[in-house]
Design a protein around this ligand. Structure first.
Ligand SMILES: CC(C)(COP(=O)(O)OP(=O)(O)OC[C@H]1O[C@@H](n2cnc3c(N)ncnc32)[C@H](O)[C@@H]1OP(=O)(O)O)[C@@H](O)C(=O)NCCC(=O)NCCS
Length: 179
């Protein structure tokens, strides 16, 4: 089954489109505070963000689901992404489906990540028929852990980060057990 676009109370969640969404991703990825727990804390260059944007679109092509661009309905602004994808950067769990979120700092503190994440969890259950979702999070990324916990995820394990020194935490949500 495939994932559709979704409208929530305040957000429009749309299939990733390179032409439409690369500029917002480039602005987001250029913010040091937004990448503090990603890419060794180094902001992405514009070509790196463009390549990442193409990978987001390719994931949709290949799997029928992926990361949504998140647009604030009231302003029309694209503030980042949320959605479902295979964490290909983490081979041990790459067969699983991860819910992810990354928003521009100017949009933090509004509950947008939780609102979009809740839609992703619902779609994982109803549209994709998944029984389990994961979230892979840096142990110091308190804001991301808080989103995962608000959505009902529990910490399942801690292990070595696949690409750098330090650890990474695996959160999981068993969808069959949630209403
Ligand atoms: C992870 C990330 C998306 C979390 O953003 P966030 O704004 O803290 O999370 P939410 O959108 O769910 O907002 C929750 C906050 O909004 C507040 N809020 C305000 N209005 C709200 C409303 N109407 N509804 C719900 N919450 C609201 C909540 O009280 C909460 O504030 P608090 O953090 O002071 O408790 C953000 O920090 C981010 O993009 N980080 C960089 C990328 C990243 O690290 N991604 C995760 C990789 S694993």
């Amino acid at each position: 089954m495939a994932l559709s676009d979704v409208t929530t109370e305040r957000l429009q969640l749309s299939r990733w489109d390179v032409a439409l969404h690369t500029p917002a991703l480039t602005r987001l990825n250029a913010c040091p505070v937004a990448v503090r727990y990603l890419n060794d804390g180094v902001p992405y260059t514009a070509p790196e963000s463009a390549a990442q944007s193409r990978r987001f679109a390719a994931h949709w092509e290949q799997h029928g689901f992926g990361l949504w661009a998140v647009r604030v309905r009231a302003t029309g602004e694209v503030i980042g992404f949320t959605g479902l994808s295979h964490p290909l950067w983490f081979p041990r769990v790459a067969h699983e489906v991860e819910v992810g979120w990354r928003l521009h700092p100017s949009a933090w503190g509004n509950g947008y990540a939780t609102e979009a994440g809740r839609a992703a969890v619902a779609a994982a259950r109803t549209s994709l028929g998944l029984s389990r979702l994961i979230a892979v999070i840096d142990p110091e990324n308190v804001a991301s852990i808080a989103v995962a916990k608000r959505l009902g995820f529990g910490r399942e394990s801690v292990g070595a980060h696949p690409q750098r020194p330090g650890t990474i935490e695996l959160y999981a949500l068993h969808l069959a057990a949630t209403p």
